[in-house]
Design a protein around this ligand. Structure first.
Ligand code: HEC
Length: 165
């Protein structure tokens, strides 16, 4: 990959080179759960926590290595986890409802990026389409220092619980 030209979409050139040192998983857990950016916990449950819009990450360390985890953070929309794409649902009485579908019946249950759950009765749905963009923003980790990112990755790698479902 060469230098990115101004014409290139930002997503194509996103890389992050990290120092070859280990992070601290305990510090990484604090970053994951902190109320300020990047607010991972708004969209991800771990273990028995109440389910959120994004996948439960309790076994993510067994499913991805560090490089793949970093890639998931840099390019959320490149490979959208099964069942977690964003749906854009036009409704009769609730306007446009945008989020991940948590349940299809007896009514739709949508989880949005604010952590809200919205119920939509099926007879209110006028149209539905699937977005190609992940709900997870791709500039999420830009504000993290190298050390913070290493810590966060160490925390994700340490998540090796039983699969959620
Ligand atoms: C606004 C909601 C939102 C935020 C904030 C968010 N994520 Fe996500 N994340 C998602 C959704 C939705 C998916 C599933 C779609 C996809 O694969 O992009 C996902 C996917 C992932 C995946 C891949 C999971 C899998 O099973 O394939 C990882 C790893 C991940 N997120 C980690 C994080 C971390 C770490 C943070 C904080 C730095 C974070 N996410 C912040 C919504 C979010």
């Amino acid at each position: 990959m060469g230098c990115s030209s101004p014409e290139e979409p930002a997503i194509a050139g996103r890389t992050r080179t990290l120092p070859d040192t280990q992070g601290n998983a305990t510090a990484g857990r604090e970053i994951f759960f902190r109320k300020a950016s990047p607010k991972c916990f708004i969209c991800h449950a771990i273990g028995a926590d109440k389910e959120k819009a994004g996948p439960n990450l309790q076994d993510v360390g067994t499913r991805y290595d560090r490089g793949e985890l970093l890639d998931a953070l840099l390019h959320p929309s490149r490979q959208i986890a099964d069942g977690f794409s964003v749906q854009i649902i036009e409704t009769q009485s609730q306007g446009l409802v945008v989020g991940v579908v948590a349940r299809e019946t007896p009514s739709l249950l949508i989880r949005n990026e604010l952590g809200d759950e919205i119920a939509v009765s099926l007879d209110q749905v006028l149209s539905r389409r699937t977005s190609e963009r992940s709900m997870m923003p791709d500039d999420l980790i830009d504000s993290l220092s190298d050390q913070d990112l290493l810590d966060l990755l160490a925390f994700l790698e340490s998540l090796a619980g039983e699969p959620a479902r």
